[in-house]
Design a protein around this ligand. Structure first.
Ligand code: FE2
Length: 194
């Protein structure tokens, strides 16, 4: 199903155009590079070496590396020279409900191809069928949870239905109505690619 005129017109009005980059701090850029470039196959397209902290304008030394996605957007990571910044306060794997990053891939076949790469590389992973998308979750070397997700045949239909009631759904939940409205959600599991 293609997006409706209502959806396309709504999008034309939005001035925030698209994802540019997401930045996160790492204490080990080489480990980070191996995960994003070697496992996820996102090329490292730039490493900026900086000697001034742009916020404080004090001398500093850090690198800022970018890993590219197919639409030109990127994931960025900072690593400071030892003693030039406190080590990252984030330790261990983050709870996905606190923060996670979802990156789109083109099909369920690609989700499963990544699952095979995670198996080969000994990376723990989890598959979830959300109904409106199908996802695999892993933690990157920095403990940040990364979701690789694909649209499914019913995605547009479900999202358009929910767009029509989004404000009403929020009001109802805030007023104490806690009935699930995602009738498409499936249980976890290794659903065959389809
Ligand atoms: Fe998500």
């Amino acid at each position: 199903m293609e997006e409706s005129q209502t959806t396309l017109q709504r999008r034309q009005q939005i001035r925030v155009r698209k994802f540019h980059h997401h930045a996160f701090r790492t204490d080990d850029m080489e480990k980070t590079r191996r995960f994003y470039e070697d496992v996820l196959a996102m090329p490292m397209i730039g490493v900026f070496v900086e000697t001034t902290d742009p916020v404080t304008e004090e001398p500093s030394n850090y690198i800022h590396a970018f890993f590219e996605m197919a639409d030109g957007s990127a994931l960025a990571f900072f690593q400071f020279q030892e003693d030039m910044y406190e080590p990252s306060k984030i330790r261990g794997n983050q709870d996905p409900f606190d923060h996670h990053l979802a990156l789109e891939v083109d099909s369920k076949e690609t989700v499963f191809a990544y699952r095979d790469r995670f198996v080969q590389n000994g990376i723990e992973h989890m598959l979830i069928d959300h109904g409106y998308c199908y996802s695999i979750y892993v933690h990157d070397p920095n403990g940040m949870q990364v979701e690789l997700t694909t649209k499914v045949p019913q995605t547009v239909e479900i999202m358009e239905k929910h767009a029509a009631t989004a404000h009403e759904d929020l009001e109802k939940w805030l007023a104490g109505v806690t009935v699930a409205n995602n009738e498409y959600r499936r249980l976890r599991g290794d659903t065959p690619a389809s």
